[in-house]
Design a protein around this ligand. Sequence first.
Ligand code: ATP
Length: 447
Amino acid sequence: MTAKNMDELVALCKRRGFIFQSNEIYGGIQGVYDFGPLGVELKNNLKDSWWSSIVYDRDDVEGIDASILTHPEVLKYSGHEDTFTDPLVDCKSCGERFRADQIPDYCKDEDLTEPRQFNLMFKTNIGPVDDGDSFAYLRPETAQQIFTNFKNITDSTSRKPPFGIAQIGKAFRNEITPRNFIFRVREFEQMELEFFVLPGEDEKWHEYWIEQRLKWWEEQGVKKESIELLNVEKHELAHYSKATVDLMYKFPHGLEELEGIANRTDFDLGSHSKNQNELNLQSNTKENKRSNSKLAIQNEDKTWSVPYVIEPSAGVERGFLAILNEAYREEVLENGTKRVVLGLKPHLSPIKAAVVPLKKNNPELVELAKKLKKTLQNEKLGRVILENTGNIGKSYRKHDEIGTPICITVDFDSLENQTVTVRNRDTMNQETISIDSLTEFYKKSLN
Ligand code: ATP
């Protein structure tokens, strides 16, 4: 089961503190959101899970955290200054501006202007004088600084293809029509891997990464049946791509891109490299006389090869939305009441366990609950909270709704017999266990 519609998810996110409209007290900024106390936990868990699977679980990927401010020449030679544009039309009737492929039904053809190209990159001034000359771009994708650091990383790690460089970080796009909650926003995070391979092995590795990424999304709770593969048609490919397969997810508003997996050929390293004429480049790059680095690998016969790049690129916000949607369910209980449950995989749950004293004014119960919270927190498996509201039923409902795998209730038996009651989110089963075995039980519940 998933959410019935986007409104259900938006309401849950606001009610429980996952996501808020940014700058709301001053009217907000369209296409910008803030992640609240639970949102930041889920988002960090998602990013950690990606990083573990892409960097730690493998032996052929290095990480990087590069700057957001980007030298204009990086985005000139990458092709973004020329081609990172959307065609825009104005509607003379409603006065609004839309992407040419996203005009709402209520606008009539005769009211629309001819499409004009609009660059999606944000610029900002560098230094004290705003003379329009010294500026930087806010990066529109994290990938470019991976390419500009190619030599730094191969020199410092002695890596040779096949190997990858991974990065998670903010990207900015001045989307003309941000919409569908956090699906299309102006400030977002990407989880990108640039995997460098020998030319000729690129197609094999492209297939490999599509498989890997599908498997990973399934491990995050996004069912295989909810994702469709889309082979992007030749005329729709980005300027750098030889082939792109999009993982299309059934979002509440429709089937749309969750992640793109592109074969970027030797375009990027080739574009940013000096001495391009020595490199036997296969892609069509702009002549570069400004770069001071040769972004290539020297072969044994002293010739140079430029690796091809396979790029799985996923949006954190879109992943967040897909995971929430998949996890959301409403159940009707035996007594006729309803409960909302977020059936999140435990490694993604914002809160791993809640410790609930039966009575909030009983110092002995509260003290023991605090002690147990601390013990579990020391396992460092994520956030454990003390839920001292004095209302067990309300606490259970809240933690079902935010996806906490277990609630641990401390009652008078706990003081007398050293036991606690553990309630499971999914089955609602309650079990009495000894305090001695609580840590083991907790660790098991997260697997
Ligand atoms: P779209 O066609 O939906 O605009 P795109 O093809 O431009 O997306 P890419 O350039 O391939 O997107 O970016 C890689 C990933 O970054 C996307 O799969 C998506 O998850 C994420 N992403 C891109 N643009 C946005 C955005 N405006 N808001 C949120 N996530 C985004």
